[in-house]
Design a protein. Structure first.
Length: 149
């Protein structure tokens, strides 16, 4: 397959996924009361655990000052807590509070349910094939991402 062909497919699939997630994320964020960007940061913390501000900013592709402002709001709402790194007291680590874990779990469950509803049109065979393809695509894209970090 020519390079231009797979690049075009990546662009097209990225746009399709982006449109799907725009619709998927509007429902949970409306009901939970936080915007998509805030929720994605909470999901990041749930998946990775305690993290430095600069690492979260890098993973989210977000400027550190913007993330710092967001964390003030999330911290004042009781979703995130700041702690000093025991290994290097110059570093501040961010993590989810129990309330933050609850909100994030609700969001993830809502996204899961919304995606499940979106994909009801798939046959069992299509669902299986899609899962297999996404597994392989995910593996490749993670490797590409790691090599270009």
């Amino acid at each position: 397959m020519a390079k231009k062909e797979y690049i075009g497919l990546i662009e097209e699939n990225g746009q399709i996924v982006e449109r799907m997630f725009a619709r998927i994320n509007q429902y949970p964020s409306q009901t939970i009361g936080y915007n998509r960007q805030q929720l994605m940061v909470l999901v990041d913390l749930m998946m990775v655990g305690r993290s430095k501000l600069k690492d979260i900013a890098r993973r989210q592709g977000m400027p550190t000052p913007n993330l710092c402002i967001m964390f003030r709001k999330l911290e004042s709402d009781g979703l995130v807590v700041r702690t000093i790194d025991d290994d290097d007291r110059r570093n501040t680590l961010y993590s989810l509070t129990p309330r933050g874990k609850k909100i994030t779990s609700q969001f993830k469950e809502s996204v899961f349910n919304t995606i499940t509803n979106f994909c009801q049109c798939l046959t069992a065979a299509e669902e299986k094939k899609l899962t297999e393809c996404l597994y392989h695509i995910n593996k490749i894209l993670k490797r590409v991402e790691e090599q270009n970090a």
